[in-house]
Design a binder for this molecule. Structure first.
Ligand SMILES: C[S@@+](CC[C@H](N)C(=O)[O-])C[C@H]1O[C@@H](n2cnc3c(N)ncnc32)[C@H](O)[C@@H]1O
Length: 440
């Protein structure tokens, strides 16, 4: 089969529906079909546009499929979704989207479905969503915001006024948020160099040291990335690492560190002096930390595999600890479309809360008196955030919440138990952070 980005996207979508893990599935398919450059970018764009808008796409398609999407062959289902996504969200003319979809039925040996694909798509591409009627608010959110029932209900309960805004939000103004490696160049110099190199735009972000840029291809292929002058990290995520206030000479532990975004920022702040232990429970992800640290040229970082729910006598007492905890990810729906459809089962949620709580207890024991602990998550779930901090403070009266030196961008909700970024209020990812100090 000749390299065909539409076929690659459809094949990856079929596998995604069976196996999950969008990024791995897509990467494997792009490699298998040997796609490069613009074809690779186009296939990736189709794939992620379908995942991001699947609720809306399916609702529209089902208007014209009396037996529903579930009864179709997986390949035909994904051909329909991919074509409608191109016509609706990717500025592909309807005629091109439909004709290419019909050709794909032959590529996937489903030619008997070509008439159905043609007929359904011609109507679906012209469907006016304004005319849709919904059973209730949850269904409206699921369709217009493309979310599964659990996520729609969570948002409806906790953020009733902002639920649809959160679901349709594009973090960081649709740009890629970068962190300049200030040991090599500051944010202003990075912007200048990026613009000189031909990126579409580059400007300082809301968080000190951050840069918002638009690239033609992948930022990871840019020479300045390969030279360790920047790494890719959301602004809100940078803010959490800045709250640690790591200083040269400190002993710092990043307890949940992979793939290493915040570790790089901490390492940069330490300017090569002191010791930074960058730990994660997932061995394969510790490798990602090591390669990121190596690319940036930091020599004072030790990356290791460690389960932070248990004490590890090999770890030293620390001046500063970051717990960027495993969480439900409900703040980064725009970046990780799979999370939109996840089921929020109580048993799994309780297990997650217990993990977060044990990791915090480990951190409390490892921290020196007078030291700083920062707890952060990329969720807007109060149980994982403010309530988790309140419970920690009740167990550990030796800790108190402190206000970090870095200014919080406008729109952050700052309370007794931490600071929250809700995407619709700050323009950044949904994120939570709380800085605490251990008293003597
Ligand atoms: C939100 S991610 C961390 C992102 C990272 N701090 C960064 O900035 O790139 C949470 C991490 O916690 C790790 N994790 C989950 N359970 C853990 C445990 N018991 N001990 C240590 N790490 C754990 C996961 O493997 C995951 O890499």
């Amino acid at each position: 089969m000749a390299a065909n980005p539409r076929a690659a996207a459809v094949a990856a979508l079929v596998r995604q529906e069976q196996d999950g893990f969008s990024n791995l599935v897509l990467d494997a398919e792009l490699r298998r079909q040997k796609l490069e450059g613009r074809d690779k970018a186009f296939a990736g764009a189709i794939f992620y546009t379908v995942l991001e808008h699947q609720g809306t796409l399916d609702f529209i398609l089902e208007q014209f499929l009396p037996k529903g999407l579930a009864r179709l062959d997986p390949q035909v289902r994904e051909i329909l979704r991919a074509a409608l996504a191109q016509a609706r969200y990717m500025q592909v003319p309807v005629s091109a989207a439909v004709n290419e979809a019909v050709k794909l039925t032959r590529t996937f040996k489903k030619a008997s479905a070509s008439g159905l694909v043609n007929a359904v798509l011609r109507k679906a591409c012209n469907y006016d969503l304004e005319t849709a009627r919904f059973r209730n608010e949850t269904q409206r959110l699921m369709v217009l915001g493309s979310a599964g029932q659990d996520v729609a209900e969570f948002l409806r309960t906790h953020y009733p006024e902002e639920a649809l805004g959160i679901l349709t939000h594009t973090a960081d103004g649709g740009c890629t948020s970068l962190r300049a490696n200030c040991l090599k160049m500051d944010a202003a110099a990075l912007c200048e160099k990026l613009l000189e190199s031909g990126v579409k735009s580059a400007q300082p972000g809301l968080v000190p040291g951050s840069v918002l840029a638009k690239f033609e291809g992948s930022p990871a292929e840019h020479p300045l990335f390969k030279e360790g002058c920047f790494h890719v990290e959301g602004q809100a995520s940078q803010l959490a690492a800045l709250c640690v206030e790591a200083k040269p000479g400190d002993t710092v532990i990043d307890l949940c560190a992979a793939p290493g975004g915040k570790t790089l920022l901490l390492a940069e702040e330490m300017q090569g002096q002191g010791a930074l232990y960058s730990c994660d429970v997932a061995e394969h992800r510790v490798g990602l930390i090591r390669s990121a640290v190596e690319r940036m040229g930091f020599a004072h970082v030790t990356a290791l595999c460690n389960d932070a729910t248990r004490p590890n006598p090999k770890l030293p007492a620390a001046d500063r600890i970051l717990v960027d905890a495993p969480c439900s990810g409900l703040g980064i729906l725009a970046k990780k479309p799979d999370i939109r459809y996840k089921t929020l089962e109580k048993a799994r949620h309780d297990e997650l809360l217990a993990t977060q709580s044990s990791i915090l207890d480990t951190a409390a024991a490892l921290l020196k008196a007078g030291g700083r602990l920062v707890y952060s998550t990329c969720t807007i779930d109060p149980a994982e955030n403010e309530e988790q901090v309140a419970a920690f403070l009740a167990r550990h009266p030796e800790f108190r919440v402190v206000r970090p030196a870095v200014a919080f961008p406008d729109g952050m909700t700052v309370g007794e138990h931490g600071a929250l970024s809700v995407p619709t209020r700050t323009g950044m990812d949904g994120f939570f952070l709380c800085a605490m100090q251990k008293t003597q």
